[in-house]
Design a binder for this molecule. Structure first.
Ligand code: 9G3
Length: 575
């Protein structure tokens, strides 16, 4: 394609509303334009990237026996009422009515639709397992759409659903998808990690997230420094190891101390000259059913996801001042487990090892010292409720855990019978008995993967596309478009490249060389061929690699072969 004929509206300035680098660069380099908050036009370059990612996904899904189909975006409310989710998802579900006043939604995901489809048309165990997928626009009315394609209200997702005879079958399907996802993100040229994750509101047991490593990522992951171990988890799910053993120094007398204005662990530590490890942090939370007190060591933080999961509640919020006052009789900052009435106490196992600890006295400006398990308080539940930080031991092998930031681009879930039970979706087994389908669901954010690639691969000049998903491989630039020899040579190289299957563009615009170089760097073509006077005098052109900045002069009759081997070196195997 000739650049003069392409729709690539590059910008000089970064639009002010773009907060993250992928949003900034995709706008600036002319890949996307906003149509509404969280809704984007994918211009020709972006669409080429999307199609490449989709092609890789299709090949890997099909290799595992997946069958592609296409389900409707417009979904009837009845199915969502059947699964019980019409009322679970509030304003995030895009709702609409037809002319008869009947309720519909725009599909945020397709568990309801596919379960109904399979329920209607699969009757026998002989038709299982079944892996069905689609690549389609999804709709979620995010409260704050931001970060461009990373959190849109309309986005492209690949969603696959597996239907199996039993749990063993599900394990096989799950492992197939786990392998396929590893292949997909590797083939996209991304640096990623599969991590153990929390299944959250959608239920089910096992789940892994696929995280593209990038500093701007919203998720924190912890992983084992030991290469052989391979433990990696979303911070939300990372298991804490109890390192302390029960401190058996003599139990001392409980004392109440006046601690004016000491509301935080840090205040208290400097006032009492006691290390935070010797304190118990007491946090009050409310659910739709009750108020609970959560206890962790003073230097630890509560992991609200873990707390939410063990409480089995729908809603979990930190208690406000009124609740704190009603429960403890004091202002926020002085809560403690001693003589705390009417609430369940959930303690992290580390708290159980502490002797002569410090905690709030449930009285304004007072704390207790020398509090001890058994004599002074007794938790109702003891379980891991704390956040794990880097430097702590790996729960798998004991080596050190490290932290990294990641962008979630894929997730695999074992759903079990959650949806088949709710929607009464059964098949007949070999004895003619009805059994519930055992399901899994597996998603990849396609447009998000494109944005994550930009987050991972860019520099101050622009995008650096991995060759496997680059919109084009090579830009051919005549330095002086008025010079017929230069222009003719550039055009000839461009034609030869296209003829051998290399995706090339010819920057034929009547622009200064500097403008063309700048745009090529911004758009992020993996390779650039510069046709200039000096080189041509020696029968050579310049080949530049965007990723490394490496430049070399290549004789005209070698340039096509050189481009091919450079692309191979960059990981592109499609030639
Ligand atoms: C909704 C709305 C938002 C949602 C969901 C439903 C997230 C919802 C989870 C999933 C799970 C899997 C298939 C592919 C793999 C992931 N946000 N989820 O179910 F109604 Cl408004 O989508 N779905």
């Amino acid at each position: 394609m000739k650049v003069s004929e392409m729709l690539v509206p590059t910008l000089r300035e970064i639009p002010a509303e773009a907060e993250v680098v992928s949003h900034q660069l995709l706008l600036k380099a002319g890949f996307i334009r906003k149509a509404a908050a969280g809704v984007y036009n994918l211009l020709p370059l972006a669409w080429r990237v999307v199609k490449k990612i989709e092609q890789i996904i299709r090949e890997e899904m099909d290799r595992q026996g997946g069958q592609e189909l296409m389900m409707p975006i417009v979904q009837p409310a009845e199915l969502w009422r059947e699964s019980g989710r019409w009322d679970v998802y509030g304003p995030e579900l895009f709702r609409l009515k037809d002319r008869h006043g009947r309720d519909f939604c725009l599909g945020p995901t397709h568990e309801e639709i596919i379960t109904t489809l399979v329920k209607g048309d699969i009757n026998s165990y002989k038709q299982l397992p079944l892996l069905l997928y689609q690549i389609q626009n999804k709709y979620r009315d995010e409260r704050r759409p931001r970060f461009g394609l990373l959190r849109g209200r309309e986005f492209i997702m690949k969603d696959l659903y597996s239907f199996d005879y039993d749990q063993d079958g599900l394990d096989v399907s799950y492992n197939k998808m786990y392998e396929a996802y590893n292949n997909i993100f590797s083939r996209c040229g991304l640096d990623f990690r599969p991590v153990v994750a929390d299944s959250g509101a959608i239920g089910g047991k096992d789940t892994h997230e696929f995280m593209v490593l990038a500093e701007s990522g919203e998720a924190t992951i912890v992983y084992c420094e030991g290469k052989e171990c391979g433990y990696a988890a979303n911070e939300e799910r990372a298991e804490a190891v109890v390192t302390g053993v029960k401190d058996d120094t003599p139990v001392l007398e409980l004392k109440k101390i006046h601690t004016p204005d000491c509301r935080t662990i840090a205040d208290l530590a400097s006032f009492l000259k006691v290390a935070p490890e010797r304190m118990i942090k007491t946090m009050l939370y409310t659910t739709e059913k009750e108020t609970v007190a959560a206890l962790v060591r003073g230097d630890r933080e509560i992991n609200e996801i873990k707390l939410y999961n063990i409480l089995g509640c729908v809603k979990l919020d930190m208690a406000g001042p009124a609740t704190v006052l009603a429960v403890t009789g004091a202002q926020t900052g002085f809560a403690g487990p001693v003589q705390l009435k009417g609430v369940r106490i959930v303690a992290d196992p580390e708290v159980m090892t502490m002797t002569n600890a410090v905690c709030g006295a449930n009285e304004d400006d007072h704390h207790l010292v020398n509090i001890n398990l058994g004599r002074d308080f007794e938790p109702d539940i003891v379980t891991d409720i704390r956040l794990v930080k880097s430097g702590e031991p790996c729960p798998n092998c004991g080596n050190k855990l490290l932290e990294a930031r990641g962008i979630e681009v894929g997730q695999v879930f074992k759903l079990g019978d959650k949806y088949s039970k709710a929607m009464n979706a059964t098949f007949l087994d070999e004895n003619g008995q009805a059994r519930l389908f055992i399901m899994g669901c597996y998603g990849i954010g396609v447009t998000r993967t494109m944005a994550a690639a930009v987050e991972q691969y860019h520099d101050e000049r622009g995008i650096i596309w991995p060759a496997q998903i680059a919109p084009y491989h090579v830009a051919v630039l005549p330095v002086n478009h008025k010079d017929e020899h230069q222009f003719g040579t550039a055009e000839s190289i461009y034609r030869q490249l296209v003829a051998t299957g290399v995706e090339a563009v010819l920057d034929d615009r009547p622009e200064r060389a500097g403008v063309k170089f700048k745009d090529a760097d911004l758009v992020g073509y993996p390779l650039r061929i510069t046709v200039g006077d000096k080189g041509l005098a020696a029968g050579q052109v310049e080949l530049t690699t965007r990723q490394t900045g490496d430049m070399k002069m290549v004789p005209l009759d070698k340039i096509v072969d050189e481009v091919k081997s450079s692309l191979l070196g960059l990981g592109y195997t499609g030639l």
